[in-house]
Design a protein around this ligand. Structure first.
Ligand code: SF4
Length: 370
């Protein structure tokens, strides 16, 4: 079995092995491999005396969301409403629609809360969906590869689904002549060693202590920002299929060069910029957007603040600007590069280009969303 779940819908589309399973096997298999914390859910609904709850799930879980809703309805004996909007993370709670549909509380599957976010006293239960997988074999495999590559100190990093494996892994490596560390993230991070696609502060905090970073998962979405922000190689070992890969920092930066050239070109020629300001609960960077507008205007670039929740390609293709600056999810500028055929630049790149007069693009800091 491959990891079927990813919190970011765009990334999850690439992990479609789950779609090959027979439809009626999906929920059963999912419950076998992921902890949905049913007792916790029962306590929460009971304590709050809910009669109707809303659930929001990552895109790939939509394939069996009907079965999941029925399962919860039977177990809890209450009404369950499903959000039909794409949900990209704990930064993206679909409260407006769910509350308007009569939900008294919301279960968000697939993430822990982002601690520094103001969830406006919404009654949300975060179920991170911890993976139930035995990591003994993959630990032996990782040890062998790391020792072969002469690695003696590692930083352990993890997406939320695997974060419970960190302490066991740390002990294992330390007993096997590899010193292992797990860093503490900033106020946007809940657990030791945890990283988000937009925040690798736990890795940054120990980058000078370790030779490389290690994920005991496939690392499809999270390895890249760790590699770019720490300038260290990242090893990924997948406990489901024992596949391994190494993300080499120098190779990765080489691949990013073409994007860098395109961004520099548009920054030097473009006269009209749209500054995207998201209204998602954890992606709204109003202050940063206003700063960017000021920087652009001071450099004689006409700029316009554009509010959006979901970025519809056709709309963004039509708006008559030369390029976009995104203050929304930092992964847009990194992974998508363009929207509606127009280049997306991140905040740090704008600051770097116009303030410091660097003729080199810097990578987004993946830091805190204010
Ligand atoms: S802002 Fe961060 S948590 Fe939200 S979708 Fe982007 S990478 Fe994920």
């Amino acid at each position: 079995m491959k990891e079927p779940y990813h919190h970011t819908g765009r990334a999850s589309n690439k992990l479609n092995s789950y779609l090959d399973c027979p439809k009626n096997g999906l929920l059963k298999d999912f419950l076998l491999h992921y902890d949905i914390e049913l007792d916790n859910i029962k306590d929460w609904t009971h304590k709050n005396k809910f009669k109707r709850i809303g659930i929001e799930v990552p895109l790939l879980m939509q394939n069996f969301v009907f079965d999941l809703a029925l399962f919860l309805k039977n177990q809890l004996q209450i009404e369950v409403i499903v959000s039909g909007e794409p949900c990209f993370g704990a930064c993206d709670i679909k409260h407006t629609g769910l509350l308007a549909s009569g939900a008294e509380g919301i279960i968000h599957f697939g993430n822990l809360e982002i601690p520094n976010l103001d969830y406006m006293r919404l009654n949300i239960l975060f179920i991170p969906l911890l993976v139930k997988v035995d990591i003994s074999e993959v630990l032996l495999q990782a040890k062998q590869r790391l020792l072969n590559d002469n690695i003696k100190t590692i930083g352990l990093v993890s997406s939320i689904q695997y974060v419970h494996n960190i302490s066991k892994s740390k002990k294992f490596f330390s007993n096997n002549n590899i010193q292992a560390f797990a860093g503490k993230g900033n106020s946007r991070i809940k657990s030791q060693g945890q990283v988000l696609g937009c925040n690798v502060s736990s890795a940054i905090s120990i980058k000078d202590t370790v030779q490389c970073f290690v994920f005991l998962e496939n690392g499809n979405f999270h390895a890249k920002p760790v590699c770019l922000a720490t300038k260290k190689d990242v090893y990924c070992f997948d406990p489901f299929n024992l596949q391994e890969k190494k993300l080499d920092y120098l190779e990765l930066i080489e691949k990013e060069k073409e994007k860098e050239t395109n961004k520099l070109k548009i920054l030097s020629k473009g006269r009209r910029a749209g500054v995207i300001l998201s209204d998602k609960i954890g992606q709204n960077r109003k202050q940063a957007a206003e700063q960017v507008i000021n920087i652009l205007r001071n450099n004689n670039i006409s700029s316009l603040l554009i509010n959006a929740n979901y970025l519809h390609e056709s709309i963004f293709r039509s708006i008559d600007v030369d390029y976009y600056v995104s203050t929304a999810c930092p992964r847009l500028a990194l992974d998508e590069s363009t929207i509606g055929g127009k280049q997306i630049i991140n905040i740090e790149e704008v600051r770097s280009y116009f303030h410091k007069k660097n003729n080199k693009i810097i990578i987004d800091c993946f830091d805190q969303i204010n």
